[in-house]
Write a protein that binds this ligand. Structure first.
Ligand code: NAI
Length: 685
């Protein structure tokens, strides 16, 4: 007998068991109709005397892999999830959760409210709410510790960790794991329960050493940067061992309701949706990608080797080409070292590492390029060198191959025009380390054809990256905004701040590192070289801060020379800058006729943010960025911008508009000649 309750829930009576199937593709997200349907199905199970048990299962490829996040920003409609879960628990007949695909967030909470859980091998389970600025709000913080213990629950909830079914079985999170026939096994399990209710809420929290819990708490606080959701999650989990369950469930819900409408939760949801949006090309640019199986990478340095690794990991065949055998040997060694490291750390099976490495063809023979569907150039950052290389690529690559440059700043058109096929050329700007960083800027040149652009986006997805479309302008989206930010920070040095003031203010804002510590880490000489190459075309009226150049002239290139803005002893950064640096800075202030005035952390943060926001608006005005939200993805994913602030555009939208516009005028005056004030309406409206 089959009966439709709601379009998202299908019920079917199978003997004395009611099968309750959730059908809300693509991920069976928990939503109002799902909750309504579940309520009706549970009522049916309770009411029908010939039914003895229920099984909740996901239709399609997964159990409930999360909740409909859009609901979280609005007033929640009844029935809310805790009510549905209470109905499961008070139903006199046992209900089994049958898990496959993923049981995440509200999905795992649903499973934990059932009387037993059975999972298909490989099913992923986790409570990722904290990564979205909230805490599990339907008993996750109470039922999970009753099974896995407080310390493990703190670590799992605060990190949003996903575990696989076998681990979940070892932790008693699931009761059974099967390799096939999930539904049949789930029904058998429901029948074996023989009418017995087994509610996790009634179980005792396992006793643990206070020191073990303290250790987990400290680790979670460190990793989670003491964000509000992390603090709240720890408190909620600890409540499980302290309070009567109804009281702690009510407290959890109250905190969840508060957090879900916090600015931080809105920022994290904004970033979540922005990332999904970014990977899609605007409809006017969409085209079918060209087929992609073999990638040739030219230059096996830091970036080339990293790109090779992620292409190998994605199952592609890789030709790695260098200018001589010594450089090739070094590049190949980088790849080998990487895989050896993964295997010895237990993060990759030796057989998989070997299979990946076996698809690598290191070579110095340009004729090999003819086999490639895509060629990615990652040689030195010099236009003439890159143009030479592209001439050669043009000679050897097959017709129809996609040709890409990994340049950070250079003009993609000037590179494309070195070939007779600029329509096949685009920029693929990877970030370092290329096998770790998810961001990939896909740069559209003036003549890049749409299927070439689509191939770039497609490659990004194949490599499990976040490809973001950008136009061809100096520094594309990311480096251009970062340059505007760093430049403003240099102005602040002349105006009266020390590098450590700026760095600590911006770290206080949430950046992983301040700009001067970053500059020391990456090497000041990179910027120095670029500045020299731009010197001839620089407008002499422009406010130009020469502090970095002077440091480089003294051989202070950053960490690699044990001195830059800071000094380094055994690789450890000094807290403050030394007298040499301070003298250079003071002299720079004098030269500009400025009386140094200390800047507060709030002033530093605001100036830095305004500089970013202004540049973001310019990029939108110029059409270099096609969506405002793409800019937020680039800054968060590639530049250590705090995710919980949502990105510069999200940040700007939280400010009072007239104050923002006023402060931008002040910033323009402080920044001097050449500072272009953007029309903020492009990103605020
Ligand atoms: P690198 O100096 O580590 O490696 C460059 C490699 O290219 C060297 O191994 C060199 O032997 C090889 N090479 C030079 N000329 C060649 C030629 N004619 N034929 C074949 N191989 C040649 O440089 P890195 O850092 O890997 O940078 C490469 C490119 O990636 C640059 O355009 C850079 O701007 C860009 N990039 C670098 C990032 C970084 O953080 N290092 C981040 C994003 C992009």
């Amino acid at each position: 007998m089959k009966e439709e309750i709601m379009s998202t829930i299908r019920t079917e009576q199978l003997g004395d068991v009611l099968l309750i199937e959730i059908n809300n593709p693509p991920i069976n997200a928990g939503s109002l109709t799902v909750r309504q349907g579940l309520t009706a199905a549970i009522q049916q199970l309770q009411a029908q005397p010939d039914l003895r048990a229920g099984v909740i299962i996901g239709g399609g490829t997964t159990f409930v892999a999360g909740s409909d996040l859009r609901e979280f920003g609005q007033p929640l409609q009844d029935p809310q999830l805790p009510t549905v879960l209470a109905q499961i628990e008070t139903c006199s007949k046992p209900i089994v959760a049958a898990l496959h695909g993923a049981a995440l967030g509200g999905g795992l909470e649903l499973a934990l409210a059932c009387d037993a859980r059975i999972a298909l091998a490989g099913t992923l389970m986790g409570l990722p709410e904290v990564t979205l600025g909230i805490i599990p709000g339907a008993g996750g913080t109470q039922r999970l510790p009753r099974r896995v213990g407080v310390s493990r629950a703190i670590l799992m909830i605060c990190s949003g960790e996903r575990i696989k079914a076998d681990k979940a079985l070892a932790l008693r999170l699931v009761d059974e794991v099967v390799s096939a026939d999930l539904q049949t096994h789930a029904i058998a399990l429901a029948q074996r329960l023989a009418g017995r209710k087994c509610r996790i809420r009634d179980e005792q929290v396992p006793t643990e050493d206070a020191a073990v819990i303290e250790q987990a708490e400290q680790a979670a606080l460190r990793a989670g940067k003491r964000r509000p959701a992390v603090l709240a999650a720890i408190a909620a989990v600890k409540n499980a061992a302290l309070l009567p369950v109804d009281e702690s469930l009510a407290q959890e819900r109250a905190v969840f309701q508060q957090l879900r409408v916090s600015t931080e939760a809105f920022a994290l949801r904004h970033q979540f949706f922005a990332e999904r949006e970014a990977t899609k090309l605007p409809s006017t640019l969409s085209a079918a990608p060209r087929p992609l199986q073999t990638v040739a990478i030219i230059g096996a340095g830091t970036m080339g080797a990293g790109i090779a690794i992620c292409a190998l990991d994605a199952g592609l065949a890789v030709i790695l080409l260098e200018q001589d055998s010594a450089a090739l040997q070094r590049g190949q060694q980088r790849v080998t070292d990487h895989y050896q490291g993964r295997v010895s750390a237990g993060k990759m099976k030796a057989s998989l590492a070997a299979a990946n490495e076996a698809r690598l063809v290191p070579t110095t023979d340009w004729a090999q390029l003819s086999r490639a569907d895509l060629v990615i150039e990652a040689v030195f950052e010099e236009l003439a060198v890159k143009q030479e290389v592209f001439k050669k690529i043009d000679q050897y690559a097959r017709a129809g191959a996609v040709l890409a440059t990994n340049t950070s700043y250079l003009d993609v058109d000037a590179i494309a025009n070195a070939t007779a096929r600029p329509q096949d050329v685009l920029g693929l700007h990877f970030f370092s380390p290329a096998n770790v960083m998810k961001l990939l800027e896909v740069v559209r040149g003036a003549r890049t054809s749409l299927d070439v652009l689509a191939t770039g986006m497609d490659l990004g997805k194949k490599l499990k990256k976040l490809p973001v479309l950008t136009g061809n302008a100096f520094g594309f989206i990311g480096n251009r905004i970062y340059n505007a930010y760093r430049r403003q920070c240099e102005f602040m040095l002349e105006d009266g701040a020390w590098p450590e003031d700026v760095d600590s203010a911006l770290q206080g804002f949430g950046f992983a590192m301040g700009p001067f510590a970053v500059a020391d880490l990456t090497g000041l000489d990179i910027a120095w070289r670029m500045r020299k190459s731009q010197a001839a075309s620089r407008d002499p009226r422009e406010r130009y801060v020469s502090i970095l150049d002077q440091l480089c002239e003294l051989g202070r290139l950053g960490r690699k020379t044990d001195a830059g803005y800071y000094t380094y002893v055994d690789g450890k950064k000094s807290k403050a800058t030394d007298a040499v640096v301070r003298n250079i800075i003071e002299h720079a202030s004098q030269q500009r006729g400025l009386t140094r005035q200390a800047l507060s952390a709030a002033q530093i943060q605001r100036r830095a943010m305004l500089a970013m926001v202004n540049e973001a608006a310019l990029l939108l005005q110029e059409g270099i960025a096609s969506r405002a939200s793409d800019i937020d993805v680039v800054l968060v994913q590639g530049y250590g911008f705090p995710r919980w602030e949502g990105g510069p555009v999200f940040w700007a939208r939280q400010q009072e508009r007239s104050a923002l516009e006023h402060d931008l005028q002040v910033l323009a005056a402080e920044s001097g000649h050449g500072f272009v004030v953007a029309d903020l309406s492009v990103l605020l409206n």
